[in-house]
Ligand binder design. Structure first.
Ligand SMILES: C[S@@+](CC[C@H](N)C(=O)[O-])C[C@H]1O[C@@H](n2cnc3c(N)ncnc32)[C@H](O)[C@@H]1O
Length: 213
């Protein structure tokens, strides 16, 4: 998807992807990441996910990035934090205690800007990207994080049923984009309660990705 697609979504408030509560699979499988308290977790394409509130409440540090300044302004409003906002290369950085969020293109984010992270939480990020962008995204993610472990939530459905995003990113596709650097461990696969875009035959999947030695 082009950047303008996402800016339009945020401008018009067409953000059906935004969940009003912490993600069910995050709550269920977060412990698989085996993190110590105060670990720093990277959320690529983070939007204003309530998952960020949940991670902060659990005592973790969060770093994220999203194209949309609207999303990030709303995130900090919802959190009740007053961030300090600075220009950082091609990105804008919003900082408050335990949280750094960049506004801009994830592909412009450097390892120095990101800093060390202990894990990646990918919810609605890989599945938001069309197939042609996914391998580049996966390689960039590994480069800026040192291929740290990740909890990846995905969707698996017949792509002819409807267009993404969110796209269907099944096991073979995850293996194609992440398989050179990560081992895939399936934590859960099952129908989405209530379906997706009026279709019932849609599975959601939770994966733990661990770096290949
Ligand atoms: C489907 S939404 C998911 C948001 C969030 N992860 C959640 O669970 O609610 C995808 C988000 O990715 C952002 N995005 C898309 N392409 C991006 C890019 N190249 N760099 C940074 N953010 C991007 C969009 O603005 C949008 O907020």
């Amino acid at each position: 998807m082009e950047a303008q697609f996402w800016h339009d979504r945020w401008d018009k408030g067409e953000i059906a992807f935004h969940e009003g509560k912490p993600n069910r699979l995050l709550l269920k499988h977060f412990d698989a990441l085996e993190l110590v308290e105060d670990a720093r977790i990277f959320l690529p394409l983070c939007g204003k996910a309530i998952d960020i509130h949940w991670l902060l409440d659990k005592g973790f540090r969060v770093v994220g990035i999203d194209l949309s300044a609207i999303a990030i302004d709303q995130l900090f409003d919802d959190l009740g934090f007053e961030p300090s906002v600075t220009e950082d290369g091609d990105l804008t950085r919003y900082t408050a205690p335990n949280i750094d969020i960049f506004v801009g293109d994830v592909f412009a984010l450097t390892p120095d800007q990101l800093g060390p992270v202990d894990a990646i939480y990918d919810r609605a990020a890989l599945v938001a990207l069309p197939a042609a962008m996914r391998a580049r995204y996966a390689a960039h993610l590994a480069e800026i994080t040192g291929a740290t472990r990740q909890l990846l939530l995905s969707f698996d459905y017949d792509q002819t049923l409807f267009d993404g995003p969110p796209f269907s990113v099944d096991e073979a596709e995850i293996e194609r984009v992440h398989g050179a650097r990560y081992r895939l461990h399936l934590l859960e696969k099952g129908r989405i309660p209530g379906g997706l875009k009026r279709h019932d035959a849609v599975d959601e999947t939770a994966w733990l990705l661990t770096a290949k030695g």
